[in-house]
Each structure stands twice: as C-alpha cells, then as structure tokens.
Design a binder for this molecule. Structure first.
Ligand SMILES: *Cc1c(COP(=O)(O)O)cnc(C)c1O
Length: 224
C-alpha cells in the first residue's frame, strides 16, 4: 500500500481530537517529505542525533517530538528546537532538560513516561517515582519545563484485554493528576499495533510508525 492510502485510512480512524505523531525513525528525509506533502506536520524520532539532523534538513514548520529513551548527555542536541519530549523517565533527565531549555531561553514541553507494560525492558517511571517527580515539579524546581501529560507503552501481546487494561490504568492516573497541574492535557499512548485500543481508552496522542511508513529497516543508522 502507498503512504497516501495509509495516511488517509489512519485519518479516517483517528478522531479529530487525537494527534497523530508520524514516527519516522530510521526513514530518510525524502520519506518524511512525502508524508509532509500529504499534509503531515508532526513527526516523532527516538534518537537525538538523528532527530537533530532531520530538523536541520527539513521544513521548519514541522513539529518534532522525541519519543525514545533520552540520555542526559544528548539533550543538548535537541533542546533548541524540540516541541515535545515524551520520554522523561528520571528526575536526573528532567534536571538536564530544564538546564538546557534555560540555556536556549525556552520552555520545553514534556511528558512523564510511565511503566505500564509487563516487560522489564521498557523504560518508564513506576508509581513511586512518578509521585516523587511530580512533587518536585509542583514545587517549582523546573521553571524551564512544562509537564503536559503522560506517555506509556503497553505490553507487546495479542491479548487485547491485557493491553486495554494497561491503557485504562494509565488513563486513570492521568485523570487523577490532571486536576492538580494546569495545562496537563496530553495522554500519549498507542502505536501501529494498538492505537485503536488506546483511543478507546482515552488517548489524545498516538505514535504511529509502520502503519504510516511501512516496515522499518534497521540495517543502517546504527551508529548512535
Ligand atoms: C518506534 C516507536 C513507536 C512506533 O512504533 P510502530 O509500531 O512502528 O507504530 C511508537 N513509540 C515509540 C516510543 C517508539 O519507539
């Protein structure tokens, strides 16, 4: 199937109040331009240097999201332009984002990534870490950061009731925090395999890669 048809079918399925982040990791700038010409403006990448190279090369009205695990020493590559960081998974990282945002005289929008999957390997804050980091944010320790919501990745499984349960749990947490933080309005959950389940559970932002661009090849771009 062509990218045009894939994007059209996604736009039919995704309600207007849900943002589609086209996950372009591993795909070359020409492919991103193809989606851009079809009207897509929000793109997600999971590596800081790749994101920065693509930012330099591509139109400046693109909204760039960092969706992957971010090392503290790489924040500097994206701090001057990134529109949303989905993957804040430690307070040390938040400290660095705040510092780099300050250097560029910006406020950077961020989401806290919460661990909801069964797999050990997926990054994210547990419940205790989340309340700790929220507490220090509420105390005003990070003036150059604006926390906009939560992000989570469900377990990779065919068991839809499990995935639905994980998304529902994240939505519940999102709602309970929402009342206490102004501007807390983004719930980033759902990927190519589970975005409809995520939307049913209240997602406001889906991160969709292969269902937009087709399968990824990991044979190049492994230097980072
Ligand atoms: C790669 C990636 C996605 C998109 O994955 P697809 O299955 O291709 O839609 C979404 N979120 C994160 C954090 C990713 O790393």
């Amino acid at each position: 199937m062509e990218m045009k048809q894939r994007l059209e079918s996604l736009r039919k399925q995704i309600p207007e109040n849900v943002t589609l982040v086209a996950v372009s990791k591993t795909h070359p700038p020409e492919r991103i331009m193809q989606a851009y010409q079809l009207g897509q403006r929000v793109f997600g990448e999971n590596k800081a240097q790749e994101l920065s190279r693509k930012y330099e090369e591509l139109p400046k009205d693109i909204e760039w999201h960092m969706i992957g695990h971010l090392q503290r020493n790489k924040v500097k590559y994206i701090a001057s332009f990134v529109d949303l960081i989905h993957s804040v998974d430690s307070e040390r990282l938040l400290v660095e984002i705040n510092k780099q945002a300050g250097r560029f005289d910006r406020t950077i929008d961020c989401l806290f990534q919460v661990h909801i999957a069964e797999e050990e390997t997926k990054f994210g804050l547990d419940a205790t870490e989340l309340s700790g980091i929220l507490e220090s944010y509420r105390m005003g320790k990070y003036p150059s950061v604006r926390i906009r919501g939560l992000m989570g990745m469900a377990t990779l499984t065919e068991d839809t009731s499990k995935v639905t349960g994980e998304f529902a749990g994240l939505h519940e947490r999102f709602d309970s925090i929402r009342a206490t933080i102004p501007g807390f309005d983004i719930l980033s959950m759902g990927m190519s395999g589970d975005y409809m389940l995520a939307i049913q559970q209240g997602s406001t932002m889906v991160r969709v890669g292969s269902a937009v661009f087709g399968p990824r090849s990991y044979s190049t771009n492994q230097e980072e």
